[in-house]
Design a binder for this molecule. Structure first.
Ligand SMILES: CC(C)(COP(=O)(O)OP(=O)(O)OC[C@H]1O[C@@H](n2cnc3c(N)ncnc32)[C@H](O)[C@@H]1OP(=O)(O)O)[C@@H](O)C(=O)NCCC(=O)NCCS
Length: 188
């Protein structure tokens, strides 16, 4: 397992291993925890963006063998070594393996957003110090109806820059649906 900065060679390697073909956001990370064997990359977990968002993808044939948990755990440890105050993740609650993986490593649910039809995410986080705990506490405001209304408006206004802030660069993301977000507010 190693920790590397993203560069064009690594992006090519991730694409060859079918890692970032499925999850382009890893290419926007600042650094990545990489698990490799003689044949290539088995999986990668990355970190980036102003909200310190983590992402992870394991090549299909290596899933369910504990690799995801191992590299996500190393990513958390590296964040502590680098002095991060907090980290976050966007977790689709229907993705049971990802939910189990992140919850078992200490990510706490902060709020849920029904971004648009069929796009739902739980935002989770871990705080490492006082500043981080304060930030995480502030994010819990979005776990209220008022918070969700303000978030929906902010997303609509910022939708062209928001993906860059959260290192999201997947294809085909629809615009946020304000009415849908508010109508489907769910306290978690
Ligand atoms: C989600 C993902 C990263 C998990 O990696 P993985 O190497 O397959 O997971 P692991 O083998 O380390 O297992 C992690 C946990 O999930 C559990 N798990 C594994 N496969 C599972 C399955 N099919 N259903 C339910 N739980 C499962 C494991 O028991 C383990 O639980 P534990 O923490 O209690 O021990 C991987 O499946 C993946 O790349 N999925 C596609 C991309 C994705 O969804 N990324 C997440 C974006 S936030």
């Amino acid at each position: 397992m190693k920790i590397v900065k993203i560069d064009s060679n690594l992006i090519d390697e991730l694409r060859t291993a079918n890692i970032s073909t499925n999850m382009k956001s890893l290419e926007s990370c600042e650094w990545i925890v990489l698990e490799k064997n003689e044949e290539g990359i088995e999986g990668a977990a990355g970190m980036g963006g102003v909200f310190h968002v983590s992402g992870i993808q394991i090549a299909e044939k290596f899933r369910g063998k504990g690799i995801g948990k191992k590299i996500q755990n190393e990513l958390i440890n590296e964040c502590i070594r680098r002095g991060y105050s907090f980290i976050t993740v966007f977790n689709d609650p229907r993705n049971k393996t990802s939910v189990q993986l992140h919850d078992s490593l200490g990510y706490k649910k902060l709020f849920r957003i029904h971004y648009a039809k069929n796009i739902v995410n739980d935002v989770k986080g871990i705080a490492f110090d006082k500043k981080g705990r304060l930030f995480i506490q502030l994010l819990r405001f979005f776990n209220t109806k008022t918070g969700t209304i303000l978030l929906a408006i902010a997303l609509k206004m910022l939708h062209s820059v928001f993906p860059a802030l959260i290192i999201y660069n997947e294809d085909g993301l629809p615009k946020p649906d304000i009415k849908w977000i508010i109508k489907n507010f769910e306290k978690i």
